[in-house]
Write a protein of this length. Sequence first.
Length: 254
Amino acid sequence: MDIQHIMDYLPTTYTLQQGESSKTMVDLQLLKEIPIDSSVNQCQGFCYNSKKDVFVLACINSENSRQIIYELDPKTFEIVGTYRFHNSTELAHMNTLTYNPDTNLLYTTNATVDGHRITTINADTMSIEDTITISERVFNLAYDQKNKEFISIVPIDATMRRINYYTPQFKLIQSKDIDAHNNDFNNNGAFASAGQTIFATLSTVVTIDKDGNVSRIIPFQKGLEIEDLDMRHNIMYAAVNMNHKVFIYSMLNY
């Protein structure tokens, strides 16, 4: 299925038989391998910039000392912008990216250097604007445009996650602890809309409803690592690492 056909594809699910039970799988459809520069070897943050109508992809090296932010055409996923950084403090790991159209800023987190720091980036120029330090740890961050809230997903232990809800000025509104039912501390990506939050573990995608409760957990195929995700025109897309290569997938049952 090519990218143009994806746009008109109706979301479907399929099942994988596992013994006597079946589990719905995340319907991941490969769209594009991104030809990243040799100075970086993995993707981290990924989001959609609705003002410029581009996807934004952050790639880094293993030492968190080099970063490249790519802008991708939303229909072909060709690279239309490239911004290079050598920044091991404000950017470093670039764990997630989220876009706030009200401020026209990109927000990225960096738990590797400072687990309390959020860095803002001008979405037009890709220049670093500011750093924000908050009391709570912040790993994965998403902006809910409908509710005008930031949502942060923080690992507590291998299975538990703390969901923190913030005002646009990062004043903590409330916290909710949930069980991700996954025995790995890793926590990837964040998407939020109308109170619903979605994030990934190394093997599942977890959805949290507007009341802060887990509403579904769906596995995805082995060998992929969903790093971050965002939606455009009611279709969810994910940036994925696999064997030191970077790919864009659609998630057709989201």
